[in-house]
Write a protein that binds this ligand. Sequence first.
Ligand SMILES: *Cc1c(COP(=O)(O)O)cnc(C)c1O
Length: 369
Amino acid sequence: MIPVNEPLLNGNEKKYLNECIDTGWISSEGPFIKQFEERFAARVGRKYGIAVCNGSVAIDASIVALGIGKGDEVIMPTFTIISCAAAIVRAGAVPVVVDADPQTWNMDVSQIEAKITPRTKAIMVVHIYGLPVDMDPVLAIAQKHGLKVIEDAAEMHGQNYKGKPCGSFGTISTFSFYPNKHITTGEGGMIVTDDEQLAERCRSLRNLCFLPYKRFVHEEIGWNFRMTNIQAALGLAQLERLDEFVGRKRAMGALYTELFSGMTSIELQQTRTSYAENIYWVFGLVLKESVGFDAEEAMKRLAAKKIGSRPFFFPMHEQPVFHKMGLFSGERYPVAERIARRGFYVPSGMALTQEQIRTVASTVHELLS
Ligand SMILES: *Cc1c(COP(=O)(O)O)cnc(C)c1O
């Protein structure tokens, strides 16, 4: 079986993990946390990094830290993971969605302004699958209307938009270190910002909102979102290799693109746009109309040939859980609906070999010819 994802853990991971065990520092009090936070924040050009236990809760804490709550609206893409909309809903606010762009699969930024109302507080951008959102128009709209920007950069470690790191654009920005991301801590996440007060609020929310001068007394409800020293040890070792990892992913993307070139039955995400070069978080394919079956069937057939794959995100406006809450009733976003049903991704983890890529590509060719 060629797995859809396998991480590479053959740098300093073992050495740093042994240090955790040898010193006994295994909780969130250990020294690797601060080092990881500082180095990661510096890498994306931000002043503050707040490590948390995963990328989903990084969004929860960010929304609450920004003071977004009851009655507020946040504009976001419909084509993304549930974590984005769930954080907004959990805070008592309302997610308002826009469709995806058919070329980049990112949010169609030309649809944002029409969705702004007096209740709009923020725009949440989510960089999808390897290409950043076109940030300049988003930042201009945010400035014009006095909106905050939440940047979910979970899939964008090492990516730049017009030469500036992804994760440096939001009022607050978030990352995930799940094993299929460019760098991993097993489970883990990071919030980055330049705003000292926001950083302090996130630190407090991460740690149950203990009062600094009177522990076990609370003026607010927080969470235990802490990252452990063991996770941070992995993160530090992975961060040392980020450039190499981005290079590997780009080479994988280039090889897949070459092997799929000339196939008229599929659409691929662009290799580059005017503002960025794809870093291929995953390598996605969208089946064109001419193919007589959908992504689900394609994935079944690939599995029968021992090739792992995963479906694309399923749009937020089609989620049963949100319909039950009365959200998105009657709304349609045709691009997201199409790519969700026709799209899937093939093995693209860090440990994937060229030989495996060739096997995957020839199997896809067979399947679609
Ligand atoms: C992976 C991912 C997340 C969630 O991260 P977890 O660490 O798995 O909770 C959030 N947003 C996007 C866009 C992601 O790809």
